[in-house]
Design a protein around this ligand. Structure first.
Ligand SMILES: Cc1ncc(COP(=O)(O)O)c(C=O)c1O
Length: 368
């Protein structure tokens, strides 16, 4: 039976698009009947997670009938000790995605402006729009945040500024001195959200470490996640570090049991196995160097990435979507730049040695 439905949604979400995730491996297997798939589309950790995290999840599974502790106290304690900040300045979320949502939920009212790069992680814009806020987008310069222009866009309506460092999808970082000077110039009533989802992959020694700046800047918010280097993307767990007053505001709007038991236990255990993260970062750097060199041999340049992915420039007349389709037929899933704001690019996550080679061989085959 077909019945009609005509109850309007809030006007703020009427024209919102739906987030398009990387194509799942299972879907490609089903559609193309391929067995060996390299999914290099969602910046996941190709080495999985620490064994300690797996064991912790198995131990915790028997308690699935009990609600978790909503504040994740063990994890907060461990993070506080690791980062050298008070427990009161940390909030754990259902992925750092949730912290972005809690921030806009708590601080953005209709008409408030939030400044962000164009192009950057799309959840900033979407969440601002959901609250009726106005995203102010500032084009990247050669793939890098243009901090001077972002500063110049501050008005009396500005409430929040997002800096994604390294930036997704370009992988670039902003120069330390510039970022420091930017943070110092933003008026203290405007929140500066620095999203460091890919922090642990950065190898550039000049990268600005922002945690110590929290002692001086009460408007600074730093986001990190267990989805990337710790390999726990499916569990949905990330965190934010900020002034305790902001944490209290976010707690008011968060679901009481936002992170689950398995995620909390696995995240705690991951912090006890930092050697896993260090190894992943080293292997990522080797993969990044390998891919950059092989792509250069094919005449392809990338933005200078400090993350676990590369944005590859395909050159005049080539469409990311076409290459995405061609690679799919070779069992390699990447992200088409058409979905990311740069139609003549693809974004490829750095995989295992074998996956990286599969990607390069597929490219050679397609263009050879
Ligand atoms: C820049 C950035 N921030 C935040 C996230 C969200 O991560 P999660 O919600 O898995 O912690 C991602 C995920 O890809 C990201 O790229």
């Amino acid at each position: 039976m077909h019945i009609t439905h005509n109850i309007p949604t809030r006007k703020e979400i009427e024209h919102l698009g739906v987030y398009v995730p990387g194509k799942p491996i299972e879907e490609v297997k089903r559609e193309l009947g391929l067995e060996r798939i390299a999914k290099l589309a969602s910046n996941e950790n190709p080495y999985g997670c620490s064994d300690l995290a797996t064991q912790a999840m198995i131990r915790e599974v028997g308690k699935a009938s009990l609600y978790p502790e909503g504040t994740a106290p063990d994890l907060v304690e461990k993070l506080g000790a690791k980062l050298g900040v008070s427990k009161e300045s940390i909030i754990v979320g259902n992925g750092s995605d949730e912290i972005i949502r809690l921030l806009t939920r708590s601080y953005i009212s209709a008409g408030d402006e939030a400044i962000m790069a164009d192009v950057t992680f799309p959840r900033y814009e979407t969440n601002v729009q959901i609250e009726g806020g106005v995203p102010i987008t500032v084009p990247l310069t050669n793939g890098v945040h243009d901090l001077a222009s972002m500063l110049s866009r501050i008005t009396s309506a500005t409430k929040m500024i997002f800096i994604c460092n390294p930036n997704n999808p370009t992988g670039t970082i902003v120069a330390a001195q510039e970022l420091l000077s930017f943070i110092e110039q933003v008026p203290s009533h405007i929140l500066v959200v620095i999203d460091e989802a890919y922090y642990e992959y950065v190898t550039d020694k000049t990268y600005l470490h922002t945690i110590p700046l929290l002692a001086k800047h009460s408007n600074l918010i730093i986001l990190r996640t267990f989805s990337k280097i710790y390999g726990l993307a499916a569990l949905r767990i990330g965190y934010g570090v900020m002034h305790p007053t902001i944490v209290q505001a976010l707690i008011k709007v968060k679901e009481p049991f936002n992170t689950n038991r398995l995620a909390q236990a696995a995240a705690v255990a991951s912090l006890e196995d930092e050697s896993f993260a260090v190894q992943c970062a080293q292997r990522n750097e080797a993969g990044r160097t390998f891919l950059q060199a092989e792509l250069a041999k094919l005449g392809l340049a990338c933005y200078p990435s400090q993350a676990n992915f590369l944005m590859v420039k395909l050159g005049e007349g080539r469409q990311g979507h076409d290459l995405f389709q061609a690679l799919l037929a070779h069992g390699v899933i990447v992200r088409s730049g058409n979905l990311l704001g740069y139609a003549d690019t693809i974004r490829v996550s750095i995989g295992t040695e074998q996956e990286n080679e599969q990607f390069i061989h597929a490219l050679q085959d397609i263009w050879g």
